[in-house]
Write a protein that binds this ligand. Structure first.
Ligand code: GRF
Length: 220
């Protein structure tokens, strides 16, 4: 049996991405196991999801720390104690510091509900609608020092429909998030992901995508 990649998942909210990763670990479609789920929010639904799956959890409340750096040191300590090899941010609502990034160089990934570099930051589904974008989507990327700026591993595109609310668009994007986040983890688990500057290369290469999408369609 191949050794499984040990994940530390950090989540502040409901944890549907965490759930997708739990499910794919359990059904064997990714060669990974979740060593620990850490939250900064004692009320995070992600904690219940982890409990139900029998995964260890830890709440490290950022309010107990006066310095961002000290909070990050506590989180890194907990990740190292549990032998975490890849840190997976899944709706983790804290900006992480250099201390954290240096402890896990190119070993921290994040998922963002927009097609980066468009719409970094918060409330991005509403931003895409307000801007009049015809497409949005989601992005899994490595975490560097910026906000949603690191090298891109995988993206999925969804259309924005004329009557969409932010919730409608968020739901359409989340469906894709639940597919691409486990896929990114599996590519890393297989040792296929190489990073050089901003470029992420998958080796051996995946089949080229040859489909283009047009919205509104060309033919009606
Ligand atoms: C997702 O939309 C993710 O892209 C963003 O935060 C949200 C987390 O959702 N970073 P969930 O807690 O995984 O349901």
């Amino acid at each position: 049996m191949t050794k499984k990649l040990r994940l530390g998942v950090l989540a502040s909210g409901g944890g549907t991405n965490l759930q997708a990763i739990i499910d794919r670990c359990q059904d064997g479609s990714i060669d990974a196991e979740i060593a620990v789920v850490i939250t900064n929010n004692p009320g995070a639904g992600a904690l219940d999801r982890a409990d139900r799956a029998g995964i260890s959890t830890l709440c490290i409340n950022h309010r107990d720390f006066s310095q961002r750096e000290d909070f990050d040191k506590a989180v890194v300590g907990a990740l190292q104690d549990t032998g975490v090899e890849l840190v997976v941010l899944a709706g983790f609502m804290r900006i992480i510091t250099r201390t954290f990034i240096d402890a896990y160089p190119n070993r921290i990934i994040n998922i963002h509900p927009a097609l980066l570099p468009a719409f970094p930051g918060l409330h991005v589904q509403q931003q895409a609608i307000d801007y009049g974008a015809r497409f949005s989507g989601c992005t899994v990327h490595f975490v560097d020092g910026g906000v949603d700026t690191g090298p891109i591993i995988i993206q999925a595109v969804v259309p924005v429909h004329p009557e969409d609310t932010a919730d409608d668009l968020a739901a359409r994007i989340l469906e894709q998030e639940h597919k691409i986040y486990p896929r990114a983890i599996q590519l890393i688990a297989e040792g296929r992901v190489c990073v050089a500057g901003r470029q992420v290369t998958i080796k051996p290469p995946c089949a080229a995508v040859d489909a283009s999408m047009v919205n509104p369609p060309l033919d009606n």
